[in-house]
Design a protein around this ligand. Structure first.
Ligand code: OAD
Length: 223
């Protein structure tokens, strides 16, 4: 099981969250990633995610994403990502759960089960089948994380866990690791790690694009 966060996509050119003083691409997270922000200024929120969707077309998966794809040749790999980009999928990974939603999807603002693929701009006046405004398919702060139910069994069943590029500050995602069986080896890859190597925890304080290919090479020997 792999838990990934913004750090894995940083080297593709997508900014992380907490390395920018609470700003996300120069915006206050509370204005663009909360239901209150959406209610207050839907134009701003739509334009923010339209820019992110455009940016996604200009970036490519990096060596870290491709290393995880390679791991599938030797192991059954489940990726649980906090990222809303599609770089794991574009690298070829088969099993990806997006805990915090997906940039390339939108959903009805009155029926969370009406989800549509939406690669281009979303505008005021783009409606769902019930004639209500569509919104980005993103889990905003204060909202439930429905994919958690799918993610938990992946963690409890994991023989090996890799945590890459996440500050482990946002719950419930950060709490997922508590579902791991005792003694499951946990590999942590982070430029500024939040933990140290001890017992079953092995920390690689390096860039994901360097550390993940190295780790995959090591794990291949165990397969
Ligand atoms: P953060 O921005 O909180 O953390 C990114 C982590 O990646 C930091 O710990 C960095 O040290 C590390 N990092 C940066 N560059 C790296 C690199 N090249 N290689 C390895 N590590 C690197 O991002 P997340 O933990 O993903 O939620 O944030 C969690 C959630 O908070 C996001 O999904 C988002 C945000 O608010 C929503 O939008 C709902």
């Amino acid at each position: 099981m792999v838990l990934s966060g913004a750090g894995i996509s940083a080297e593709s050119g997508i900014k992380t969250f907490r390395d920018a003083n609470g700003l996300w691409e120069n915006h206050d997270i509370m204005q663009v990633a909360t239901p209150e922000g959406w209610e207050e200024n839907p134009d701003l929120v739509l334009s923010f995610y339209n820019k992110r969707r455009q940016q996604l077309k200009e970036v490519q998966p990096n060596a870290a994403h491709f290393a995880l794809k390679e791991l599938e040749e030797y192991f059954e790999v489940s990726i649980i990502t906090q990222n809303v980009d599609d770089l794991h999928e574009r690298a070829g990974s088969k099993s990806v759960i997006h805990l915090h939603g997906e940039l390339l999807k939108v959903r009805s603002s009155v029926n969370e089960n009406e989800v549509l693929y939406w690669p281009n701009d979303l505008n005021i006046g783009d409606f769902c089948s019930q004639g209500k405004q569509l919104r980005p398919h993103i889990v905003w702060f204060g909202e439930a994380v429905p994919m958690l139910e799918l993610a938990i069994p992946k963690v409890t069943q994991a023989d090996i866990i890799i945590i890459v590029g996440t500050s482990m500050q946002v719950y419930p995602a950060a709490g997922l690791v508590d579902y791991a069986a005792q003694k499951t080896p946990i590999y942590v890859i982070n430029l500024n790690p939040h933990t140290q190597s001890k017992g079953n925890i092995f920390v690689y304080p390096e860039k994901a694009s360097l550390a993940l290919p190295k780790l995959v090479k090591e794990l291949k020997k165990q397969a």
